[in-house]
Design a protein around this ligand. Structure first.
Ligand code: FMN
Length: 175
């Protein structure tokens, strides 16, 4: 099978990670793939904030768990790297979310292609609507008008990934 097709079919969400950090060269390739996602009118509205500092990851995780209604848990599964994807709402919130989602997809598929585990972690929108998230935006030099789209956790899988769920019937309509 074509290698790209194989990656698309075999990528799985990883929820258990080894503590070792992602290889730097591989990470650069993953981030580059993220920046090559299609975007509304080619405006490249989405940005990726690479977070590897354990304190900031812990803060993002704490806020995320609170929003989730599961305080004290780690929705980031101990992953050593988090790529936070945010997008500019200049062309509307719907487009910002679409642009960001495609970046997320590229990040996860590129990671899979390079043998690195990933998972989309939700609640980025709510994170950056809160005071803690807004403080991070300020620290990162980003405008408050950016919306959180997703958190892409990255790391080496600890154990084998599960099998994909069977694909639901009737999802492709030929008309
Ligand atoms: C928009 C979106 C939000 C998601 N949020 C979470 C999340 O918060 N936590 C989590 O463990 N997985 C999350 N996932 C991963 C999905 O649960 C996962 O993609 C799905 O179960 C299919 O599994 P697969 O990615 O291995 O094919 C999210 C996926 C998407 C697309």
């Amino acid at each position: 099978m074509n290698e790209t097709m194989k990656t698309l079919l075999e990528r799985r969400s990883i929820r258990k990670y080894q503590p070792r950090q992602v290889d730097g060269a591989a990470l650069e390739e993953i981030l580059k793939a993220g920046t090559y996602a299609p975007s509304t009118m080619g405006r490249q509205s989405a940005v990726i904030v690479l977070v590897q500092d354990p304190e900031t990851i812990a803060e993002l995780s704490r806020v995320n768990a609170e929003i989730f209604g599961r305080p004290g848990t780690d929705p980031f599964y101990g992953a050593p790297t988090v790529a936070v994807v945010l997008a500019d709402t200049g062309l509307g919130e719907a487009n910002a979310r679409c642009d960001g989602a495609l970046v997320m997809g590229n990040l996860m598929n590129a990671a899979a292609a390079l043998g690195i585990g990933s998972c989309w972690i939700n609640r980025a929108k709510e994170t950056f609507e809160r005071s803690e998230g807004k403080a991070l935006l300020k620290k990162w030099g980003l405008p408050e008008t950016m919306i959180g789209v997703g958190n892409c956790i990255l790391g080496y899988a600890d154990g084998a990934a599960g099998s994909p769920a069977p694909r639901r019937d009737g999802r492709v309509l030929r008309v």
